[in-house]
Ligand binder design. Structure first.
Ligand SMILES: [Zn+2]
Length: 246
């Protein structure tokens, strides 16, 4: 499928802030909706490094899963002083007003689903990891993908930044700047190299997690090396992921 056009509408109601990340900003809340494995945690780490304590993140899912967590568990976030909270819209039932401040992250379907499946395996006994299990998992996600893309990436909105994972990998400072501008902060004069080079990377493969410190921003995975890759199957999955239900 042709990749969605990017909507780069920027907030215009926030006055310009001084440049540099040692200042304390008030970052106006934005919701984030991300397709799983689209670089959300990387983006959050980069924003935290760039903005320091000014960037306050509310973890919607942790609050849902761990009672007593100091996050609010609502979407959009209801806590004062929060800059961003995210969710995946797994049930495709969430909604936001068309002019709500929104950051959307997505990734091409095949690499995303392989990465998501690895994460899923990481949480389950090894014997569940079979080709049949992957196919079941991937076909379920392929049904949801076109609905997600249509709903969050393609449907016109007035106050949204869309971040394509591939762009985040290829031009991380540019993408970080786009998000900073959305928050009304100009980072163009800030040396982002240190922030980018110190980014941690967490990988999941065959049920094991590995943290690679300070690897910088790189796309390491080629889904064609995945243990259940076969050309025909992946061609079918790609087709299914483009099939928006009429
Ligand atoms: Zn919250």
């Amino acid at each position: 499928m042709s990749m969605p056009t990017k909507n780069t509408a920027l907030a215009t109601d926030t006055p310009p802030k001084p440049t540099g990340y040692s200042h304390t900003y008030s970052l106006k809340y934005a919701s984030c909706v991300s397709w799983p494995r689209s670089g959300h945690h990387l983006l959050v780490r980069l924003l935290s490094a760039a903005f320091g304590d000014s960037f306050q993140y509310c973890e919607y899912y942790k609050a849902q899963q761990e009672p007593g967590h100091d996050c609010c568990g609502s979407f959009p976030c209801t806590k004062p002083g929060i800059s961003m909270s995210k969710q995946h819209d797994f049930d495709l039932k969430h909604d936001l007003p068309r002019d709500a401040r929104l950051i959307v992250q997505f990734r091409k379907f095949l690499p995303a689903v392989v990465s998501e499946y690895e994460l899923y395996c990481n949480k389950r006994p090894a014997e569940h990891d079979t080709k049949a299990s992957f196919i079941r998992y991937a076909r379920g996600r392929a049904k949801e993908y076109p609905i997600f893309i249509h709903k969050w990436v393609r449907t016109p909105r007035s106050n949204r930044v869309v971040i394509d994972y591939d762009d985040l990998m290829q031009s991380p400072s540019e993408q970080l700047n786009r998000v900073a501008k959305f928050y009304g902060v100009d980072l163009t004069a800030v040396d982002l190299d240190e922030i980018l080079n110190s980014a941690r990377h967490i990988s999941f493969k065959s049920g094991k997690a590995a943290v690679h410190q300070a690897t910088g921003v790189k796309n390491r995975r080629d889904y064609k090396n995945f243990r259940y890759y076969d050309e025909k199957l992946f061609g079918l999955l790609q087709k299914e992921s483009e099939n928006y239900p009429e």
